[in-house]
Design a protein around this ligand. Structure first.
Ligand SMILES: *Cc1c(COP(=O)(O)O)cnc(C)c1O
Length: 453
């Protein structure tokens, strides 16, 4: 029996929509520890989402790490309305337009000019595939076709299309499709600080992981095209954080062995870790290291529209210039460089500049840490950690239903907080207020108590 507008949409969605990253049966199992509620959302405003019955949820994870400046943001809405009346879409092969030109220029400037060319797609996994293809094709164009292997880190996540799964090391996403996935990638030890042995600092763990990279490159570097990393935080691994020293050493080693460094900044880019790009926290004499290729998506459009970008160095770009079409990068997607999505990204960059967002986030980051600090003494809380606008901790429990129990308990407390396995994390939009951060902290404490009871 349908008793509310919520139940109406919930029932229709369960019947017709195949939801992502979901065992659909869990939606139907009300009352069981496996139950995963399905929440129909009518509208959003700021950091809040509202259902059809007037219940609200504080978006503690930025709707899968995409939303930076809140839902229905007036400035983004205004920019998109203007763009909508001007140009909604035009193919990018043979045509160009103002938003894509301006966005490419501004992103290149944000890398200090190191990455001078921007290639466009619509989702993160496609950006990964583009970066892998570009790297391999670059080496082929310069007469080194044997450089066809890729390196990734244990626990890495770079997307779930068949090509991107080759460099993804998360069992639940990869194992079922193992026979389809090309075995070209080698998985290296992660610099995750939680792997530290007694007396080891996070920088020590980073140096140990870099030594494994050095040994592998020494033996196999001549056949390797690129190393792909999530700089500073491996998100899907459970917010695994590591010391910037790893990136500094990886840059050095990649240079020495003529291997591209691909920074997947899809989750950690756009200010999430405290700097605009996470890799900027790895420096030599105060100058940030730069990757050869960088992937952006998620937050770059403010969480509004599907958009991904691969930025490449001039060296890579120039190796594709030739009279021959076969030497060109022929990759394309129908919506490559969509003007609406680019305009959303430009409006997002405007907010970063106009509001000095990186500066404001320093105080918010400290408050996120403070909101979780009361849990430091909890007997089942481990590895409390904070990097910019990501705060996380692990929960010591054998309960296979922990993450869903916690998720349901948090929803009951008006908070959208979706643990990854036993890792509870906060990754709120940057417009979150101090009061809202405090609410998230209280919801986590309450949900933890209920989920472990
Ligand atoms: C989300 C994510 C991807 C994949 O992006 P999609 O748009 O979901 O395909 C790739 N890499 C990282 C680091 C991500 O967080």
């Amino acid at each position: 029996m349908i008793t509310s507008a919520n139940q109406h949409w919930l029932a229709r969605s369960q019947a017709a929509v195949w939801h992502p990253c979901t065992q659909m049966q869990h939606h139907a199992q009300t009352g069981s520890p496996s139950h995963l509620p399905l929440v129909p959302i009518a509208r959003g405003s700021g950091a809040w989402l509202y259902d059809f019955d007037g219940k609200r949820y504080l978006d503690g994870i930025s709707s899968w790490w995409t939303n930076l400046f809140g839902h229905a943001n007036p400035r983004l809405n205004a920019a998109l309305r203007e763009q909508l009346d001007c140009l909604e879409h035009v193919m990018l092969a043979g045509f160009t337009h103002q938003p894509v030109v301006e966005l490419s220029e501004r992103l290149s400037a944000l890398t200090g000019g190191a990455l001078g060319h921007a290639f466009y797609a619509s989702d993160g996994a496609s950006a990964t595939e583009i970066a892998l293809k570009m790297s391999f094709h670059y080496w082929r164009n310069v007469g080194r076709p044997e450089k066809s292997g890729f390196l990734c880190l244990a626990g890495s996540y770079h997307g779930e299309t068949v090509g991107a799964l080759a460099v993804t090391d998360v069992a639940i996403f990869k194992d079922a499709y193992a026979p389809l996935v090309r075995a070209a990638a080698h998985v290296l030890p992660s610099p995750d600080f939680r792997l530290g042995e007694a007396g080891e600092s996070p920088a020590d763990v980073a140096r140990r992981a870099a030594a494994a990279l050095a040994a592998h490159l020494e033996a196999h570097g001549r056949n390797i095209a690129a190393l792909i990393v999530e700089p500073l935080v491996q998100g899907a691994a459970g917010m695994a954080m590591y010391d910037p020293e790893y990136l500094r050493l990886a840059r050095e080693l990649c240079d020495r062995h003529e291997v591209h460094l691909i920074c997947d900044e899809i989750a950690v880019g756009c200010g999430r870790t405290g700097t605009f790009f996470a890799h900027e926290q790895a420096t030599n004499d105060g100058t940030p290291i730069r990757p050869d290729l960088m992937c952006l998506s998620k937050g770059i459009s403010g969480g509004y529209l599907p958009l991904s970008i691969v930025l490449g160095s001039d060296t890579i770009y120039n190796a594709f210039l030739d009279d021959s079409v076969a030497r060109a990068f022929l990759h394309s997607h129908s919506y490559t460089g969509n003007p609406l999505a680019c305009r959303a990204a430009l409006a997002t960059l405007d907010i970063f500049e106009q509001d000095d967002v990186l500066l404001g986030n320093r105080d918010k980051s400290a408050r996120l840490g403070a909101a979780l600090a009361p849990l430091l003494d909890h007997p089942q809380v481990r590895h409390m950690r904070l990097r910019g606008m990501i705060a996380a901790f692990d929960v010591a429990t054998d309960d296979p239903h922990f993450s869903r129990r916690f998720y349901r308990a948090a929803l009951d407390r008006e908070a959208l907080i979706r643990p990854i396995g036993n890792t509870v994390y906060l990754m709120p939009p940057y417009i979150v207020s101090n009061e809202e951060i405090a609410l998230l902290g209280q919801a986590i404490a309450g949900a933890l108590g209920e989920a472990l009871a």
